[in-house]
Design a protein. Structure first.
Length: 415
């Protein structure tokens, strides 16, 4: 998404753009594909936007697909603890933080507004502190709110997740009121909304896209990148060109070692089940947060039920059949009815889904600039100040695009 975002901005500015995509398709870790076993289109992972994700909303407007993302208004986040059969909903309201928390039906059962006020401890967190250190595991909201948020947004357990990064998420969403918290759902899939329209937009702008074109290296001298090395040979970089590396951190380290990107990553596991008919989830939304189960979130889209496990180090090496059987047994209990035998399923394991968003790892995120005047870096793992999400990825692409546009303009003026 960082590469597509960057390309859209550069093409919009009137630059001649070429994309070299290593895989047979665009989208990276954010894509949809037709699964032959399930007989339907599925996403490689379940993603959700928030109303505060302005960069992504602008991107959708630019490529003409804003209407393919549905908004849950007013903002509602349903949760279920299957062990006790306790259901509740988080319903943000006024940007004046304490006011909506005065209503019991808007918060976790058994908690009071003072419990939520402890979140302001995060605002004073040091860069090296985790959520667990700042909030404390004994906090009444730790397992029922902070842990689910950390896993969903940071793909990191609260025990290790960066406290300061979580605070930034809270400031941009809950502290801005209900509209900033509205869940935005990709009802038709990720690629139909984020990828395919972008490719059509770029095609209209005469952007050249080469698939299965894996960059193998870069040649540079002094402060300039001179050529890109592909399996077929070298491709010269002209004086007024700019090169943006929108690649995973491990690939970036191979191509440009000086970037010194973070190397610690965490996995996400998604399991998709094809059911006979659409399923209504407890809470009335198309998604449901789960407490006390291996399944963390369940999404219902058409005839597909999808289970997401973030920070999934304890699950990623389990056999696929074992995961499918175990999670299906959880699903049937969650839905409170006999769903029958295990339906057709597909397990997708993203072993390096995101960087580990711990204080030590975040401290090593590089910025978009390099020591070369015409080389820039983009990706959700770079220092965007945001979590490694779709929003962070798109923001990084836009930032790299601004630098590339500035570079090409300057080079053209000098020539």
């Amino acid at each position: 998404m960082a590469g597509l975002s960057c390309a859209v901005q550069c093409a919009k500015a009137g630059l001649a753009v070429a994309i070299y995509e290593a895989s047979p398709r665009a989208g990276g870790r954010c894509r949809s594909f037709l699964d032959e076993g399930l007989g339907c289109l599925i996403d490689n992972g379940s993603h959700m936007l928030l109303g505060a994700n302005d960069a992504t909303k602008n991107y959708l407007e630019e490529i003409g697909s804003r209407d393919l993302v549905s908004e849950v208004a007013p903002a509602t986040f349903p949760f279920l603890e299957p062990a006790t059969n306790t259901q509740w909903q988080i319903k943000p309201g006024s940007p004046y933080f304490p006011l909506w928390l005065l209503t019991p039906g808007r918060r976790v059962p058994g908690t009071n507004p003072i419990d939520y006020a402890r979140a302001f401890r995060l605002s004073r967190a040091k860069a090296n502190q985790s959520v667990g250190e700042v909030i404390g595991r004994e906090d009444p909201l730790y397992e029922n709110l902070w842990q689910p948020i950390c896993r969903a947004v940071l793909n990191t357990d609260a025990d290790e997740a960066s406290a300061s990064l979580l605070w930034k998420v809270i400031k941009l969403s809950f502290l801005k009121g209900e509209a900033a918290c509205r869940p935005m759902i990709f009802e038709n899939g990720l690629s139909p909304a984020l990828v395919t329209p972008a490719l059509e937009y770029l095609k209209e702008k005469n952007v050249e896209i080469r698939y299965q074109a894996r960059l193998r290296g870069i040649r540079w001298q002094d402060d300039m990148a001179l050529a890109m090395r592909f399996p077929e040979g070298l491709l010269r970089i002209e004086n007024d060109d700019a090169l943006v590396l929108a690649v995973p951190p491990d690939n970036c380290a191979e191509l440009w070692p000086d970037s010194d990107p973070p190397s610690e990553t965490l996995p996400i596991v998604n399991v998709h089940f094809r059911v006979n008919e659409p399923v209504k989830l407890p809470g009335g939304q198309s998604f449901l947060g789960l407490i006390g189960t291996d399944s963390q979130w369940i999404f219902s889209r058409g005839n597909v039920l999808s289970i997401t496990i973030s920070a999934a180090s304890d699950h990623v090496d389990k056999p696929n059949w074992e995961l499918a059987n175990h999670l299906w047994s959880e699903v049937t209990k969650i839905l409170g009815r006999n769903m029958g035998r295990l339906p057709p399923w597909r397990v997708i394991k993203e072993r390096r889904a995101t960087i580990a968003q711990t204080p030590s790892v975040l401290a090593s995120r590089p910025g978009p600039k390099t020591s070369l005047n015409n080389l820039f870096i983009a990706g959700d793992w770079t220092n965007t100040g945001l979590p490694a999400t779709i929003e962070g990825s798109i923001q990084s692409g836009r930032r790299a695009a601004r630098l590339a546009i500035r570079r090409t303009s300057k080079a053209t003026e000098e020539s």
